[in-house]
Design a protein around this ligand. Structure first.
Ligand code: NAP
Length: 339
């Protein structure tokens, strides 16, 4: 048994943009897993935008992290001790309930043993994990794209967005990337097959820039951001458009405050459009379907996946801040230990 566990706990509840000092490193003896549980060593931890909501106090779909508690988050790693018959030391596992720490005592009910025929342990946090599965179900089940339709994706080079664009292309759609950096736009077009892109940070007139690349309007909008990009898209929706509300990262530092912008209800009415919220949890019973299909597309070379990997548990807060400022380029992960 290892002896000590390092973990990052929430030290302050941030208002507005968090700071690295809002977390504190602590060390404590590694806990023995009780009956029915497993103890695992982290290899990679995932860094995700939803974590901003978990350190806020506004009402959400999950409980907030309290001051002094281990920061929440998903991870992959190796089992070092098991008191559950389905898991053995050496198994590679993924859990959304890992936390920002070296060692986690995991509940097998919310831990999956990884089958490496589908992909690497890292893939279980990216293409074959929360972001990839979100892209798959939100686009296909909620967005229902048809060949020839125009699909616009915000945060298009991100962990979710890059997969959305490539699936939409596989389904025969015209795809438009919106991102906050020209390098990201170039990569979306060159490597992910997006037909065109708009840099929302440098466009002088965002609605006009979007209209120029969507001359026939927008059929499906995959909304990862809310805010001004959402407003610009809503002025261009077509008859029976589908708007998938996957994330609202533009206001994650102001959760609980009104998010003001133009009202587009008339556009929704005239176009008989549908705006629908999405949460991956609702699709738990179908995860294997998405993993099998995404892994097959990756193997056939039809989907690429870009990661942005940092090193060291101590860098989790810095990595998280990079997500909120747009400095990440691809799925953000932190390597904790060698396999
Ligand atoms: N509903 C669900 O079940 C579910 C599951 C997973 C993820 N999500 C949501 O999906 C979205 C994307 O997540 P991800 O993991 O793929 O993250 P990501 O796109 O890899 O990273 C976040 C990106 O958001 C963009 N961003 C940051 N601040 C912004 C702002 N003020 N306005 C516009 N864009 C901003 C930045 O890209 P730019 O450089 O392009 O600005 C940044 O790189 C998030 O909103 C997340 O909460 C939802």
């Amino acid at each position: 048994m290892p002896e000590m566990n390092r973990r990052l706990v929430l030290a302050n509840r941030p208002h507005g943009m968090p700071k690295e000092s809002d977390w504190r490193m602590e060390s404590a003896p590694v806990s023995e897993p009780e009956d029915g549980k497993i103890l695992a060593r982290a290899l990679y931890l995932s860094v995700d935008p939803y974590m901003r909501g978990r350190i806020a106090t506004s009402k959400s779909y999950a409980k907030s992290v309290e001051i002094g508690e281990t920061m929440v988050g998903g991870g992959v790693g190796r089992v070092v001790a098991s008191r559950h018959p389905d898991f053995q030391a050496g198994d590679t596992v993924e859990s959304m309930a890992w936390g920002w720490q070296d060692y986690a005592v995991l509940d097998p009910k919310i831990t999956r043993k990884l089958d490496q025929r589908y992909g690497s342990p890292r893939d279980a946090l990216g293409l074959l994990g929360l972001p990839g599965l979100t892209a798959y179900f939100a686009l296909l089940d909620v967005g229902q794209p048809n060949p020839g339709e125009t699909v616009v994706v915000s945060s298009a080079s991100g962990a979710v967005g890059q997969v959305v664009g490539q699936i939409a292309k596989i389904k025969g759609c015209r795809t438009i990337a919106v991102a906050g950096d020209d390098r990201k736009i170039d990569w979306c077009v060159r490597d992910c097959g997006y037909d065109a892109g708009v840099n929302y940070k440098t466009a002088k007139d965002l609605p006009a820039a979007l209209a120029a690349v969507c001359p026939d309007g927008i059929d499906v909008y995959f909304d990862n951001t809310g805010g001004p990009i959402h407003d610009a898209v809503m002025g261009l929706i077509r008859l029976r458009a589908r708007i998938i509300i996957c994330g609202t990262i533009s206001n994650y530092n102001r959760l609980g405050e009104p998010d003001m912008g133009p009202r587009h209800l008339r556009q929704v009415l005239i176009n008989r459009a549908r705006i629908q919220g999405f949460l991956l949890w609702d699709f738990q019973h179908r995860y294997q379907e998405a993993i099998t299909q995404l892994a097959a597309w990756a193997k056939e070379g039809r989907i690429k996946y870009r990661e942005d990997v940092m090193d060291g548990l101590q860098n989790m807060p810095r990595a998280f801040l990079r997500l909120l400022t747009g400095e990440n380029f691809g799925k953000l992960l932190v390597k904790i230990a060698d396999a």
